[in-house]
Ligand binder design. Structure first.
Ligand SMILES: NC(=O)C1=CN([C@@H]2O[C@H](COP(=O)(O)OP(=O)(O)OC[C@H]3O[C@@H](n4cnc5c(N)ncnc54)[C@H](O)[C@@H]3O)[C@@H](O)[C@H]2O)C=CC1
Ligand SMILES: O=C(O)[C@H]1O[C@H](OP(=O)(O)OP(=O)(O)OC[C@H]2O[C@@H](n3ccc(=O)[nH]c3=O)[C@H](O)[C@@H]2O)[C@H](O)[C@@H](O)[C@@H]1O
Length: 414
């Protein structure tokens, strides 16, 4: 019987292992995490199984730990910080007594498998390792349906006989519920890079339509109509063409910055600049939104009360990682506005934490994040939409697409 262990019980590790356990009753699945509270939370919901310890637990080890953007040292602000990956790999090397297949589930820079291989084999005591890249494409809010019916499952392995042999057991796991033609097998580097490329392409579409939205505002075109017309072209397609206040979420920005850094390291500055522009347009969009509010209120929001409806980075999630609401709120707070924030999925503590935290600090295990950020005094968190909107000067609706129209309505009503 195949045994699986997953290191990292987060947004990816938790649901992915839950689905594997559900679809493959004969496979024993264990999930480990360095965050005690994370494991306690999962156990309280009876979702993934927790087994303390890795020793001899698994044949296939998924690693789904954080890969944040580096905040200091070489590549700060762009490169992926592989600290957690490295410590997971060292833990695997320390405790393994039989041959293992280590599966990269986290999104990692292309060529990471090479470094992981070195760590694992350095003190291997005769244990053999094969590294596979099996990036995850689920989106939050639809994680379970994405896992049940993925567009594709991607598995990259070494192009050696051992590498190809290692692909088989992983392919067999997915074959329990994913049609064979949707399981793509490639070499390691293609799989690693395809994940970064997919997120870059998706984010690029959003930046493209957001750039158009600025031109629409300047010319009287309606961005919803333009995006609908563009998306009707079957070569382009309709998805991911909703204009917004900018994309958020834990990965798009992080992965593109990572891609930019890899291009620079490979002596490809033109390619790096091309992708950097996707982030620049996203930042521009968030600034534009703040500037528009401030300028339409006699160039100052100082002392004015503004309600923010929705704080998470998109609907159907309580996740606030890189939510554009943080930038919008910080921009308004910078001009001394008073904010009343309402989001039924997000706690007050999380909002205060997000507004006080430094850029990129959120992407570390919970217990390693700064613990007691000072709360932002000019922010109140409301428990219903009416309370949030009481005595407000403006309502911002942090749900993609409707924002500009909604604001326009509000402005016109004034
Ligand atoms: N959130 C998402 O929708 C997606 C995320 N990804 C990628 O998957 C990876 C994980 O992302 P999330 O699950 O969102 O992160 P997360 O922060 O929710 O979960 C990561 C977990 O790993 C744990 N961890 C860190 N180091 C560890 C170690 N040495 N041993 C045991 N546990 C350790 C942390 O405590 C944390 O609970 C990232 O590389 C991300 O880019 C990929 C696709 C989708
Ligand atoms: O690697 C990852 O972490 C994941 O990143 C995204 O998933 P996610 O961040 O959960 O959410 P999305 O639905 O992609 O939305 C991201 C952001 O783009 C915004 N967006 C999305 C679509 C759109 O048309 N316009 C738009 O502004 C959303 O509001 C949100 O802020 C990808 O969709 C997943 O395939 C990928 O696995």
């Amino acid at each position: 019987m195949v045994k699986i262990c997953c290191i990292g019980a987060g947004y990816v590790g938790g649901p992915t292992m839950a689905v594997i356990a559900l679809k493959c009753p004969a496979i024993e699945v264990a999930v480990v995490d360095i965050s005690v509270s994370r494991i306690a939370a999962w156990n309280s919901d009876h979702l993934p199984i927790y087994e303390p310890g890795l020793d001899e637990v698994a044949d296939l080890i998924f690693v789904s730990v954080n890969t944040p953007t580096k905040t200091r040292g070489l590549g700060a602000g762009k490169a992926a910080d592989l600290t957690y990956w490295e410590s997971a790999a060292r833990m695997i090397a320390d405790v393994s007594k039989s041959d293992k297949i280590v599966v990269e589930k986290s999104t990692v820079p292309v060529k990471t498998a090479e470094a992981i291989e070195k760590i694992l084999t350095h003190n291997s005591n005769g244990v053999k390792y094969q590294i596979l890249s099996n990036p995850e494409f689920l989106a939050e809010g639809t994680a379970i349906e994405d896992l049940f019916a993925p567009d594709r499952v991607l598995i990259g392995g070494r192009e050696t006989a051992d590498g190809q042999r290692a692909i088989k057991p992983l392919k067999d796991v997915y074959a329990h519920w994913v049609p064979e033609e949707r399981i793509l097998c490639t070499n390691l580097w293609s799989a690693e890079l395809s994940k970064l490329a997919t997120n870059a392409f998706l984010a690029q579409r959003i930046s493209s339509v957001n750039a158009m939205s600025a031109l629409c505002e300047a010319t009287g075109a309606d961005v919803a109509q333009v995006s609908h017309a563009v998306g009707q072209d079957t070569r382009i397609g309709r998805k991911f063409l909703n204009a917004s206040v900018g994309f958020g979420g834990s990965c798009f920005q992080k992965d593109i910055l990572n891609l930019v850094y890899i291009c620079e390291c490979n002596g490809l500055p033109e390619v790096a600049n091309y992708w950097k522009q996707v982030i620049k347009v996203n930042d521009y969009q968030k600034n534009l939104f703040v500037n528009r509010i401030v300028s339409s209120m006699f160039n100052t929001v100082s002392g004015k009360k503004i309600a923010i409806l929705g704080f998470a980075f998109k609907k159907d999630t309580g996740d606030t990682r890189e939510t554009p609401a943080i930038d919008v709120c910080k921009g308004l707070l910078g001009d001394k506005a008073h904010l009343s924030i309402y989001d039924p999925q997000v706690t007050e503590e999380q909002i205060q934490r997000d507004l006080s935290m430094n850029k990129f600090d959120w992407d570390h295990p919970v217990h390693l994040q700064p613990m007691s950020p000072s709360s932002v005094k000019s922010v109140t968190v409301a428990w219903d939409v009416y309370a949030a909107s009481k005595a407000l000067a403006y309502v911002l609706h942090a749900v993609q697409n409707k924002i500009f129209k909604f604001l326009e309505l509000m402005i016109n009503k004034k």
